[in-house]
Structure formats: C-alpha cells, structure tokens
Write a protein that binds this ligand. Structure first.
Ligand code: WTA
Length: 650
C-alpha cells in the first residue's frame, strides 16, 4: 500500500524495498523487481509522501511510446524534498553551500529552506508564473538556484535549468524552445579565480525578445549590473516583499517537473522532460541504494546543477530522502587540488560523487595535497558521466578512500533520470572500469546492428533497455515525434541509449562509448553537429566535420576539420583558428571550444555524400594508416591529403 501524507514520522530511508546486504539479496530483489514490477514499484512509492496515493503503477502504450507511472496519484516534489522533513526535523541541515572561497560555508536547515523556497515561489507567482509554465534558470551554484528549482516545483511550474557555461546564443535557443517567459539569473558568478558575468550574458540572450517578461536577478556579488526597468528585478528585493509561506500546488504524478536540454546527434538540443512521481521515486531510490544513504549523512555531489547529475543527486534524490546535501560553488581545483578533500573533512561528508575528468585533473596535480586531509568520514566514492579508467578507479579507491570506502562507477544519462548500471557499495564485487550490474527494475539488452538480441557473456552490442522504468524521460519538450525517432526507432520497442557496451562472462557491463555523434568532453555532453553548425556560421567555412579524440584530462577532446570556401584568402592561420574557436564559444560556450582545428582540402565522403567519420576519428587519434575499406569514397585520395595537412600543422 502506498502511504499518504500522514506518514511523516518515519524517515523515507526506512521505507520502500530493503537494501541488499549481500549479492544473494541483490539478485533476489533484482529478480523480484523484474518478475513483479508492480509490486516492487508500488512498495518503492511508499518512500514518497502523497496527497493522494496512486491507483495504478504503470500504464504503457508502446505504439505511442507513452509511459505513465503512478496514475491517479497527487503529490508535490517540493513538499517531499522540504516540508515533510521540516515538519519533523526543522533544525536539521538541508543544504550546505560551500562557497567559492575555501572554508566559507553557509548552512540552511530544512525550516530555512522551506521559508526561502516559499518566498521565491511567491515571487514567481507575483510575476505571473502558473502551473505548467516553463521558468528558465540560468544560474551559478548558489542556494537561490536550489530555492528556485524547488519553488517552481512547489507551484507546479516546470524548471528549465541552462548550464551557466552556455553562451548567450545557446541560452536564447533554449528559452525560445521552452517558451520561458520568466528568467532567473544572477548578477555575477565567482567560479574559481574567475567571475562570470551572467547577467550580461542573459541580457544578450534575450535582447529584443518580448517573450521574456521578467528577469529575476540573484545578488551573488556587489557588482552593479544594468537593470531594465519593468523587466529586471533583484531577487532579494522581490523576496523581501513576500511572505515565506506558500501553499503547495498538488500535481498529478505525470505532471512535468522539469525540462533539461541535452545534446543529440543533430544540431538542435533536446528538451528532455521528466515528470513528477516516477522521476522522484527513482532519484530518491537510487540515491538511497547506490550511496547506501543514512539519515545523518552529508552527501557531497560535485556536479553542476546545470546537468542531470546536479538535478538528481545534488537536489532531488538526497533532499527527498531528507539527507543533507552540499552545493559546491568552486571548481575541484580551486584554490588547489586539495579542495574537495578539505570540504570532505570540514563537513564530514559520507560520500563524494564526481566525474572522472575531475579526478584526472586532480591526479595530474599530484598526491601531496592528499596529506592535508584524512577523509575518514567517506564511505562511498561515486563516479559518473564518462568511463573511468582502471587507473583512475584505483587512485580513487586507494588514495582518496584509503581502501576503506566503496567506489561506485555509475552509468546513466540525462534521459534515464537516475543511475541505471552500478555496483551497490559493500555488496557488488567490482571490476575497475566496469559499471558492473543493472540497478533494480532495469532490464538491459545488447543488440547487434540488425536489431538481434545478443545473449550470453563476452559479447558486444548496442546498449538498450527493454522495459520502462520510473525515471525514464517521457518526451522531448514539444516534440514527441523526435522522442520516438531518437530513442525507439532504431530498435523498435527498445529504448536505445546511444552507447556501445560489452558484457563479460560474469554478466558485468563495460560501456565502450557513444556509437552516435555525441561527444563526452570533460563529462559534458556535446553533439558534433552542434559544433559543426557553430563553425559553419563563420563566413569562411564551406563545411566542417567534428570528431572526438582521446584527451588525457578531458577524456575526449574536440577535433575539427574545416574546409574553407574557395575564394577565402588566409593571411594568418593562427588568427583564423582563433576566430573559429571564438565563433564556437559565442554560439555554444567555452566547453565546446575545439582543442584542434585543421584546415583540410575536403572531407572523406561516400558517393552518396555521407562523411566517413570513422576515418576522421582515426586520423584525429593519430592513426596514419589501416583505415580499412576506403573504396566507397567518392575521392579516395582525399585521405592522404587530409593526413598531410594534419601532419604539417602539428
Ligand atoms: C556516458 C550523465 C561510461 C555515456 C549522467 C552516456 C558513462 C552519457 C558513464 C550520458 C559511466 C555516463 N561509464 N560512460 N559510468 N556514465 N556515461 O546525459 O556515454 O550527460 O550515454 O548523463 O555519458 O551523459 P549525460
């Protein structure tokens, strides 16, 4: 039986399916989750507090690619993350903000969080935000960001957080796509040694855009910024005008909670949409089981709120479970590579959840800083977003955790809402480099290119999920057709992840990387088509092709082949490369800046005009021969010509 709001006394962590303490228990519960999904997910829904419990667990329409979970239920994500904990433990820290400067923290209790969220919710209402409206958040890692997300949820509005590293152009595109009329931003954002002029970027993004009625500006620094009368308002002044109590808007299980843009294989970003009940059940459950969360834990996820990891494991998962969560404003190497471990000691964090790219940068900075901290509070070390190499895994385990903490390599995606393949700490025997085994309810299959399921061990294929799970994306905002085509057309009735994967003889999964044109650069997901379309907006560019190449810190670097227009006369190659990089920064943001740009006489294309990226990836990785069959190329000699150009520019 799914409980109702009255169940406030017991911790959500004490409810739901029990945690496995052994592989036998994991296997038994995993089997049950697939054999009796309704029973399993009904039990799990007890971890939430419902205004009205659901009357059914899952309804699927495969033709329409429509999934609905917990139908008939009414609830509110903000109530689940804030109010129900404030009711029983008002003085418990909910949010610890680790400011940019070392040693500076600000703690918000659940009661304080409730009041701030309530005030921001009232401000949003005063600015005309209603249930279902999309509010754009272009925010740094400050408490107001969390308040604003939960404030949206409180009134049934849908937040669309745009990573603060995106450019004005990219922000504008996302505001337009989501139809956001209210934008929340900050005057400035300290980030390590730098300051990002967020308001100025936001101004440029909405220049001439009457769609945006109100801009609410959080005051992070003393910097004065131009405020357009009637449109721009300081968030603190607005909050001062409103009370801290804001009634909850109960929403239906499948009402949208947020839209989050991510990259795909076309130039246009996709507005991945997550709905309320299924997402929250899944984020909370995975947070509890993957990190073996305890009520008094301090959970430290270093991800930016602009990405799914920030949504699920800085905000919704831990807060739904009533666990104290840390919000990190600085970068992991500011002021030096000891920063994360200093925070771990200061806050007695039980977990650190970060990305391999951060770990690689810390390793490169040397181990001396580790001696400044003891890190004895750590129980679980998590990694997500890209493959973690066995060496980096070992360093995390041996050096950071001193062999005492469990390392969990978690595989998942913006579209999956929460972790899908993961070890359970202290339970699953690990193999460094493998995300190990599927989480409860997650039924995986490897398919060959013809769509046949490949059974058994020691096999390679396209990683698919065979049945719905509660955290699954329901649609792409405003474009259900693209949703179907992107994820369900390639292998009908399977959700296709876009990743290649190996399964070994023990059934362990080893992600081999994207098989589509998506790159994972420093753990940030980017489409090669996005970078290409940014390059092609420069006058001199006739066409371009962008591929990834192995990069020691970023994991994958960006390598761009550019064909210039025939009439272009290049005076300085350096200047042109600089201008092209600037073009990409302007269109997308600094994270998309190509590491290498090479002018080439042409691209290797088949006779039907398709670019053979395999060859370009090989050249970018330093290969000079062995490209296999190139006879289908319209102009086979182009390969040599490209190699010569790349070699001469090295
Ligand atoms: C990759 C991030 C290997 C993968 C949470 C996936 C990983 C993409 C892992 C999603 C992992 C994520 N090992 N690769 N543990 N986790 N990936 O949407 O290619 O930003 O498809 O979500 O990151 O990136 P996204």
């Amino acid at each position: 039986m799914v409980g109702t709001m009255m169940d406030l006394e017991s911790s959500p962590l004490e409810r739901g399916n029990p945690r496995a303490r052994s592989m036998e228990e994991y296997r038994a519960l995993y089997r049950q989750s697939l054999a009796e999904p309704e029973r399993f997910w009904s039990e799990q829904a007890r971890t939430l507090s419902w205004f009205h419990p659901p009357y059914s667990i899952l309804d699927v329409d495969l033709e329409e690619v429509d999934f609905s979970w917990y139908m008939g239920g009414r609830l509110n994500a903000s109530f689940n993350c804030v109010d129900r904990h404030a009711a029983v433990k008002p003085g418990k820290p909910a949010l610890v903000w680790a400011k940019n400067e070392p040693g500076e923290y600000k703690v918000y209790t659940f009661r304080e969080l409730k009041h701030h969220v309530g005030r921001v919710a009232n401000v949003l209402k005063a600015h005309g935000v209603r249930k279902g409206d999309r509010v754009c958040l272009y925010m740094p890692m400050i408490p107001e960001t969390v308040f604003a997300m939960l404030a949206c949820a409180r009134i049934g509005a849908v937040h669309s957080v745009v990573f603060a590293g995106f450019s004005a152009e990219a922000l504008r595109e996302r505001i337009l796509d989501a139809g956001s009329e209210v934008l929340v931003t900050a005057n400035e954002a300290p980030r390590g040694p730098k300051k990002v002029a967020l308001k100025a970027i936001a101004d440029a993004a909405i220049e001439g855009l009457s769609q945006v009625r109100s801009v609410l500006v959080a005051r992070r620094t003393d910097a004065e910024v131009p405020m357009r009368p009637g449109r721009d308002h300081w968030l603190d002044e607005e909050m001062g005008k409103h009370r801290s109590t804001c009634p909850i808007t109960w929403v239906a299980s499948e009402d949208p909670l947020f839209v989050l843009y991510t990259s795909g294989s076309t130039g246009k970003p996709k507005g991945v949409m997550h709905t309320t009940a299924g997402y929250l059940v899944y984020a909370a459950m995975t947070h509890a089981h993957v990190f073996d969360a305890q009520p008094d834990d301090v959970h430290f996820c270093t991800a930016d709120i602009g990405w799914i990891t920030g949504h699920s494991y800085v905000v919704y998962g831990p807060l739904a479970n009533g666990v104290t969560t840390v919000l990190l404003e600085s970068t992991p190497n500011y002021p030096d590579a000891g920063r994360l471990w200093e925070i771990v000691d200061d806050l007695k964090a039980a977990t650190v959840y970060t990305a391999p790219t951060a770990l690689r940068a810390l390793i490169a900075a040397g181990d001396e800083v580790l001696s400044r901290s003891i890190r004895a509070s750590l129980r679980v070390l998590g990694s997500a977003g890209e493959p973690i190499s066995p060496e980096v895994w070992q360093w995390f385990n041996d050096k950071v955790g001193s062999g005492r903490a469990a390392v969990v390599d978690t595989w998942w995606q913006t579209e999956t809402g929460g972790v899908m393949i993961t070890p359970l700490p202290g339970v699953t025997p690990c193999k460094p480099g493998s995300a190990t085994l599927p989480f409860y309810g997650v039924d995986l299959a490897l398919l060959d290119d013809e769509g046949r399921v490949i059974d058994g061990g020691d096999v390679n294929g396209n990683l698919c999920v065979t049945r719905p799970w509660p955290g699954q994306t329901r649609t792409l905002y405003g474009n259900h057709r693209r949703f179907r085509e992107t994820y369900f057309n390639r292998f009908p009735s399977f959700y296709f992840t876009g990743d290649g994967c190996r399964r070994d003889e023990d059934g362990y999964y080893w992600i081999t990387g994207r098989v589509d044109d998506v790159l994972n650069v420093s753990g940030h997901r980017l489409g090669t088509a996005e970078v290409e379309s940014a390059l092609s907006r420069h006058d001199v560019v006739a066409e371009s092709a962008v591929v990834g190449f192995p990069h020691p810190i970023k994991g994958t670097g960006i390598f761009a082949y550019v064909v210039l227009r025939p009439d272009v006369h290049v005076e300085s190659k350096e200047q042109l490369i600089g201008a092209l990089k600037e073009q990409v920064r302007h269109m997308i943001g600094p994270i998309a800046t190509p590491d290498r740009i090479h002018m080439v006489p042409g691209l290797p294309k088949t006779r039907s005009g398709k670019i053979m990226r395999r060859i370009l990836r090989g050249i970018a990785a330093g290969e000079r021969e062995g490209f296999g069959d190139t006879s289908t190329l319209a102009e086979p000699t182009i390969v040599e010509a490209i190699i010569d150009r790349v070699a001469s520019q090295e």
